[in-house]
Design a protein around this ligand. Structure first.
Ligand SMILES: NC(=O)C1=CN([C@@H]2O[C@H](COP(=O)(O)OP(=O)(O)OC[C@H]3O[C@@H](n4cnc5c(N)ncnc54)[C@H](O)[C@@H]3O)[C@@H](O)[C@H]2O)C=CC1
Ligand SMILES: O=C(CO)COP(=O)(O)O
Length: 335
């Protein structure tokens, strides 16, 4: 089991996951971009920008020096947004300790290359896929930071590495399961952000729980279609990284993606909604483009994702998106 762990990225999830690891007894150093964030975490045990009011473990240290964070690390947790991960990791690559497990927390699909985050990590770090793990599940950072119970999945093609990291992040409020289906777990995490945008739009339009449930269920169906086309195990989509994360994100006012969609549904423009996120990432806004392209490449029909893309990037009104989805040709549920 890795004992010394670097977490790179001190946003809401990076900071929260660093807390989980420290609470689990690991020796954790958290890399932050800004010196004032690193100082507040190390000196005061708080990240006031991302997790105000949450006491962080006294053992958790933070630094702006990636070399100090990476020195001697047996696992390296990557907690930066999907679309900057490649560039960030390229800068850190020379300092990555040989053999360390590289763990992606990011939920997205890279624009342009259409690669999943673990593919980007393996490529940039120059390591085999078996050295890269992902953590994904219903994991709204703020709830976990408050030590509310949840579960998650540690996915890695190397089952032994998955078990070792599962043990490294085990606490009395964070329980993880292992899975070797990395494709399914990552697609579940990336696609649910897009479906949460759609649910947010529905909420913003004033629609209730039936609409949400319909979007969640049909969203899961299109996610699973894409997953199967890319070689995922369909069962993964009924698990924590599939249905679990989809339900949490689509239902929660804490979700940045759902909140973003809600603003669009209430008539705000993309720019207005972006301004309201306070610099925090709503991954689905970009991933709807790459996922839509990935689906087209594999001949997979993803009507909700397509609608979200057209609202976000082609000026379609959310109300028209709803009408278009309802007016599609009728078909068997299992198609
Ligand atoms: N917040 C949550 O509840 C969860 C988030 N995630 C995923 O984790 C990933 C990170 O999310 P959060 O920590 O929530 O995001 P965030 O928006 O709270 O923080 C992002 C972090 O990355 C840094 N960052 C931003 N742009 C950067 C750049 N160009 N170069 C280097 N660092 C940069 C920021 O300074 C910040 O420390 C995302 O892919 C998200 O989907 C996954 C599970 C839960
Ligand atoms: O991934 C998440 C919960 O599992 C967080 O969702 P948001 O990025 O929409 O806040």
């Amino acid at each position: 089991m890795p004992q010394r762990i670097a977490v790179l990225g001190a946003g809401s999830w990076g900071t929260t996951f660093a807390k989980v690891l420290a609470d689990a007894g690991r020796d954790v150093v958290l890399w932050a971009r800004r010196p004032e964030v690193a100082a507040a975490i190390t000196d005061r045990g708080e990240n006031p920008d991302y997790l105000p009011g949450i006491p962080l473990p006294a053992t958790l240290r933070s630094t702006v020096d990636p070399l100090a964070a990476l020195d001697g690390a047996q696992a390296v947790v990557l907690a930066v947004p999907s679309q900057t991960l490649r560039e960030n990791l390229a800068g850190w690559r020379p300092a990555l300790p040989a053999g360390a497990t590289l763990v992606s927390l990011a939920k997205g699909v890279e624009l342009g290359t259409l690669k999943r985050m673990s593919e980007v990590v393996a490529e940039v770090a120059g390591v085999p896929a078996g050295q890269v793990a992902v953590v994904s599940g219903p994991n709204l950072a703020r709830e976990i930071a408050a030590e509310q119970p949840t579960a998650s999945v540690v996915a890695c093609p190397d089952a032994e590495r998955a078990v070792a990291f599962q043990r490294a992040c085990f606490t009395n409020y964070f329980r993880s399961y292992t899975n070797t289906d990395v494709v399914g777990c990552e697609l579940g995490g990336a696609c649910k952000n897009v479906i949460a945008l759609a649910c947010g739009m529905a909420g913003g339009l004033g629609y209730g729980d039936n609409t949400m449930a319909a979007l969640i269920t049909r969203g899961l169906a299109e996610t699973a279609r894409l997953g199967v086309a890319l070689g995922a195990d369909p069962l993964t989509f009924s698990g924590l990284a599939g249905l679990g994360d989809l339900v949490a994100t689509c239902a929660s006012p804490l979700s940045r993606n759902r909140s973003f969609g809600d603003r669009l549904g209430r008539g705000e423009t993309l720019v207005q909604a972006q301004e309201a996120t306070n610099g925090q990432v709503a991954e689905g806004v970009k991933s709807c483009s790459s996922i839509r392209e990935l689906a087209a490449r594999h001949g997979v029909d993803m009507p909700i994702t397509d609608g979200v893309y057209r609202v976000c990037h082609q000026g379609l009104e959310p109300l028209k998106m709803a009408a278009e989805l309802l007016g599609r040709a009728q078909k068997d549920e299992r198609q």
